[in-house]
Design a protein around this ligand. Structure first.
Ligand code: HEC
Ligand code: HEC
Ligand code: HEC
Ligand code: HEC
Ligand code: HEC
Ligand code: HEC
Ligand code: HEC
Ligand code: HEC
Length: 248
């Protein structure tokens, strides 16, 4: 053995020593330093379950508030905010549910809070009620006029912009800027109260657009096309997005 070692170059011995030290290190770390639950999947599962179960429960959940706050629960149930949970506005309230007299949840009374969901943003779905907080009754808290648990507007919105702001904005920059929405959509007044149950009409034939654009009987100053040839059999809005004309 000694003779063998003597025959090896000095560098090789160093490499072997370094290797042995590393191997011993790895062995010690695996055996004595890494805790067993990091090596054993079953132990790992158990300990993470314990860890999660030990965490403090902060949210009481959507069902917890009703029994003690019947009034708010009942008016929210049928109002516009029916899909919002109590704690999405009042914050985590498990502590309050456990000890209602000593711990009181917060109530968001500032305009910023409501604006978080209701400020105009073109990516919100069509029909979602949106306002511009700078011009919509500025300075007063929203809750002076809207009950947060049943935020019915004090009067029916007058304009389509209230809920279709994005369409209104794109249309305002199109060739049809001067056409009112109701030229193309007959809109029952009830649509503004129950927008999903009572819906306006939508143009459904080429002839509808032809009323103004037919070459055979063109309106005054309106660009006209040959209805029989132009766009073949397709409905016009397959190529001309009705609220954003221009481009083609
Ligand atoms: C065990 C009954 C109970 C439960 C459950 C409960 N509350 Fe209350 N809550 C009370 C009582 C009692 C008061 C105090 C009323 C008072 O002092 O005027 C209160 C007051 C409040 C207040 C008013 C705080 C203030 O500053 O005046 C809010 C907001 C509130 N609760 C929200 C909630 C929410 C949200 C939940 C559900 C996560 C909830 N509560 C669950 C009993 C309960
Ligand atoms: C859209 C946000 C919002 C939601 C959702 C909401 N609240 Fe409120 N809540 C408020 C605001 C804001 C106030 C403060 C009203 C005020 O000061 O006039 C308030 C006040 C309260 C109060 C104090 C008494 C009162 O009526 O002013 C209680 C109790 C309460 N809420 C319980 C609830 C419960 C229970 C739910 C769920 C069923 C709930 N809230 C859902 C925003 C909300
Ligand atoms: C977490 C998001 C969220 C917050 C915060 C919120 N709302 Fe709403 N709001 C909604 C949703 C969702 C609707 C229902 C929209 C629908 O029916 O399509 C709604 C509807 C409304 C409407 C009905 C408008 C109409 O005529 O269609 C008003 C008014 C309103 N909220 C006011 C408020 C006020 C005031 C606050 C602050 C206390 C507030 N909202 C906070 C999500 C929110
Ligand atoms: C001075 C009373 C008042 C205040 C304050 C107020 N609103 Fe309104 N809000 C109204 C009235 C009136 C309407 C319905 C008529 C209209 O369209 O302007 C309305 C309508 C709405 C609508 C339905 C869409 C619309 O434009 O018609 C939403 C959403 C709304 N408000 C949210 C808010 C939010 C969020 C705040 C706070 C940032 C707020 N309101 C503050 C009176 C108020
Ligand atoms: C209170 C809010 C509100 C007001 C005000 C409102 N709408 Fe709507 N509108 C909606 C909602 C919500 C939908 C449904 C959107 C959906 O289902 O995706 C809708 C849908 C529509 C549709 C599509 C119907 C369909 O079958 O696809 C048209 C067209 C429309 N509205 C036109 C109008 C016109 C025109 C006005 C003004 C005269 C108007 N709306 C005023 C909320 C409103
Ligand atoms: C020149 C006619 C015309 C005018 C003006 C017009 N629309 Fe439309 N609108 C249409 C047509 C056509 C469709 C159907 C598109 C389809 O079926 O794909 C439509 C569809 C809609 C829809 C269904 C959802 C969508 O985005 O396609 C809504 C909501 C709507 N219009 C609202 C409005 C509002 C609000 C105004 C006024 C700001 C308005 N429209 C003005 C022709 C018009
Ligand atoms: C009430 C009459 C009226 C109806 C209905 C109408 N339009 Fe128009 N349209 C006009 C007017 C007016 C202009 C020209 C505005 C201008 O040049 O300032 C126009 C412009 C256009 C243009 C732009 C033409 C150009 O010069 O490039 C297109 C495309 C168009 N309309 C398509 C449609 C479609 C598609 C429909 C059916 C959904 C429709 N229109 C329904 C009156 C109408
Ligand atoms: C297959 C796609 C397509 C369809 C469907 C279509 N268009 Fe067009 N339209 C175009 C294109 C592309 C242009 C611009 C080139 C041109 O003038 O032919 C245009 C141009 C127009 C113009 C402007 C003409 C001018 O002289 O400035 C009007 C108005 C118009 N279309 C109305 C309509 C109406 C109304 C319908 C439904 C009856 C319709 N379009 C259907 C593609 C289409």
């Amino acid at each position: 053995m000694k003779g063998f070692l003597n025959k090896l170059p000095e560098q090789a011995i160093r490499v072997i020593v370094v290797f042995l030290v590393l191997a011993a290190g790895v062995f010690v770390i695996r055996q004595f330093i890494i805790p067993p639950e990091m090596k054993e999947p079953t132990l790992q599962k158990l300990s993470s379950m314990e860890r999660e179960a030990d965490k403090e429960v902060k949210y009481a959940g959507a069902q917890a508030c009703g029994p003690c706050h019947e009034k708010q629960h009942d008016i929210k149930k049928t109002g516009y905010h029916r899909d919002l949970s109590c704690e999405s506005c009042h914050g985590a309230a498990q502590k309050h549910a456990d000890n209602p007299t000593d711990v009181k949840p917060t109530s968001p009374q500032k305009r910023d809070y409501c604006s978080y969901c209701h400020t105009y943003n073109s990516s919100r779905p069509t029909g979602f009620p949106q306002i511009n907080p700078d011009t919509h009754n500025p300075r007063k808290p929203c809750i002076t006029c809207h009950d947060p648990h049943n935020p019915k507007p004090p009067q029916t919105p007058r304009s389509c912009t209230a809920c279709h702001a994005q369409i209104e904005r794109t249309k305002a920059a199109s060739y049809h800027a001067l056409l009112g929405c109701t030229v193309c959509h007959s809109t029952p007044e009830k649509h503004k109260l129950s927008p999903r149950t009572v819906t306006p009409t939508k143009p459904d034939t080429r002839e509808f657009c032809g009323k103004c654009h037919d070459k055979a009987s063109p309106g005054k100053g309106v660009p006209a096309v040959d209805m029989n040839a132009h766009g073949e059999k397709y409905v016009c809005w397959q190529c001309h997005y009705p609220h954003m004309l221009g481009g083609i």
